[in-house]
Design a protein around this ligand. Sequence first.
Ligand code: ADP
Length: 470
Amino acid sequence: MEVIHLSVECFPIAKVGGLADVVGALPKYQRVLGIDAKVVIPWFDRPFVKEHEFEIVATGSFFQGSEELQYEIHKEKNDILGFPLFLIKIPGKLDREEVYCYPDEAEQWIAFQHAFLHWIQNNGIHPSVIHCHDHHVGLIPFLLQYGAVFRDLADIKTVFTVHNGQYQGWMSWSKGILLPPFDTWKWGLLDWDGLINPLATAIKCSDIYTTVSEGYLNELFIEANGLQGLFNTESAKGYGIVNGIDTAYWNPQLDTLIEKKYNKITVLKGKEENKRILCEKYNLSSNLPLLSFIGRFAKEKGADLLAEIFIKLFSVRDNICVFILGSGDREIQDELTDLALKFEGKLSLFFGYDEELAHQVYAASDMLLMPSRVEPCGLNQLYALKYGTIPIVRAIGGLRDTVIDIENEGYGFVFEKLNTDDAVKAIERSLDIYFDVKTWKGIRRKAMQLDFSWDRSAQKYVELYNQLLK
Ligand code: ADP
């Protein structure tokens, strides 16, 4: 069975968040299960692309409105990621350094989707399933069915995975003329509240939609940035499948990005050494427990609450250090900068995106804080567990599904309500146990023994594909 994953992120080529980790790992695990899984993403002006060998396997052109766009399909020659990888290059549209935040995003993603369909249609490529990830490729299920020039592809099944329902790809109807020709009387499938809404279109038109955890699926039925009614209407074809982690890459025993490798037997010494090095570099005391935050400075992640949480925490406890790795909202960044000055030696920061540092932080920390408002799955807590770093999380979406509180014989600290007092209480609870060395050791061992690898979830997707093809 041939399955093409279509996305605008894929680790290690282009990563902004968890979407990239999933698209860079899931196909590899599906291939082990006998699925001919491939990945197609836009071409990026990035190190991976320059450092690896690519060949152009197809070219073509099409009109986007009145503009003729030329595309090239670049295939990575050696399947170095464990699956065939194709990049679509369109000069002026899909040849950039960053993944997001260009003013012509709508034009970029329409061009990506059109080029993909044009390429497969004209080169006899006919996968059994196209697996689309997030709104950037949300128009594919519609275009397969109602695109006037893609009739040959109409029998291809589609699975659409919602990694984040907050972002929907809204565009005004003035962009409609940029789409490939389609059955215009079907325009209602593109529309939501007077805008073209690719996420809504995908939920309406895909054969199956999935979310990256069961808990998140249930939350989307209640609140989905305006689409909750739609998620409910289409619920018969909705499934929640929790993400896995790529244990070949996220594994303290094999990790070449951390200072000292360790496993569940050598964790004490290994963590100590990683912590010493990180703390020395960032002017923190390595004799104290280290609590970290890694993530986008966005409201979704509760990053706007961090400053208040740490002010309250340091007012009641002085036996803890904090490290924050992230980037995003300028105001949050400024607030945290002020705080780091005030709590010098207790709180340190690194602003920016740094994959290597993220690995070091997971390895060096004792606890990881995730005070999220919305968390479709969350990968950080899964990486943390693998590295023996105990998650302190708000009970939401995938966090609720994957972290069990120690009071329920689990391996983490969970707080229900999104407020800074409850977050601080959860951190205090973790500190009380941290200093009970034997108990902490037991929790850490339990955490490191958990299996959140892709094996199980990859199989679940395969079952869905089979269900569609029956
Ligand atoms: P998101 O909503 O951002 O996709 P996830 O928890 O699904 O959240 O995935 C986040 C991924 O991004 C993880 O691999 C995490 O380690 C990584 N990450 C987030 N912020 C940074 C950063 N500033 N530097 C390095 N890695 C980061």
